[in-house]
Design a protein around this ligand. Structure first.
Ligand SMILES: O=c1ccn([C@@H]2O[C@H](COP(=O)(O)O)[C@@H](O)[C@H]2O)c(=O)[nH]1
Length: 232
């Protein structure tokens, strides 16, 4: 089985990050490097993780003018990461430029996905920034845009995947953070689901951070979650 779990390696320094990474097996998960560790430790850190056998999702959520995002995505591809992303709210010209920048990498190009509506956001957060649509409506609008630009998938809440699989097709990857095993804290997440329900609904990849990284035994936490999943 190829594990659907991507662990969000969010730590305040490389020492604690390595302490975690050295305790999990690359056959059981991929690793996601986000803004915190990338800002601290940069591309060399990503290369070292890859040399340990982990596939890396570089989660920098690029959101800028088309030219800048295209160059950033190209730099991510040079790094050899497995997946990277942009914000769909940057619009179709931006997403198209990002996709075009990967063309010459051929089969070595990373998967390129787009963030729809952050899983930390609920209806009131959208209203605050002038969006009248509810999270499902807004995420759908952005996911359709991302698919039309030729992206490989989207980041969305597991609450949206059932609808997205029907509307966007089985090949379009749905990557879902906001995953919380039953009885664990939601923290700052708002649109959450358990790992088991997310996979049953159709999530392709589960992004899980604190429920695994803050555990005393991260490999056990990972195994316990994997044991609850029925992969089709
Ligand atoms: O909509 C989004 C997009 C990205 N994330 C990222 O996923 C992890 C989740 O970590 P937890 O500790 O499991 O909450 C984190 O790195 C976010 O930056 C997201 O949560 N929602």
């Amino acid at each position: 089985m190829s594990s659907p779990i991507i662990v969000a390696v969010d730590f305040p320094n490389t020492k604690t990050a390595w302490n975690f990474i050295d305790r999990v097996d690359p056959k059981d998960c991929r690793l996601k490097i986000g803004k915190e560790l990338f800002t601290l430790a940069g591309p060399d850190f990503v290369r070292k993780i890859q040399s340990k056998g982990f596939e890396v999702f570089l989660d920098l959520k690029f959101h800028d003018i088309p030219n800048t995002v295209a160059k950033a995505v190209s730099a991510a591809a040079e790094l050899g990461v497995w997946m990277t992303n942009v914000h769909a709210s940057g619009g179709s010209r931006m997403m198209q430029a990002a996709k075009d920048a990967l063309y010459h990498f051929g089969k070595d190009a990373p998967l390129l996905i787009a963030v729809t509506v952050l899983t930390s956001m609920e209806q009131s957060d959208l209203q605050e920034i002038g969006i009248a649509a509810n999270p499902l409506e807004q995420a759908t609008r952005l996911a359709v845009l991302a698919k039309n630009c030729g992206l490989d998938g989207v980041v969305c809440s597991a609450k949206e995947v059932q609808s997205f699989k029907i509307r966007l097709g089985s090949q379009f990857k749905l990557v879902t953070p906001g995953i919380r095993p039953a009885g664990t804290s939601a923290n700052d997440q708002r649109r959450i689901m358990t790992p088991q329900r997310a996979i049953a609904a159709g999530s392709d990849y589960l992004v899980i951070g604190r429920p695994i990284t803050q555990s005393e035994d991260p490999q056990k936490a990972l195994n316990d979650i994997l044991a609850t999943l029925t992969i089709k």
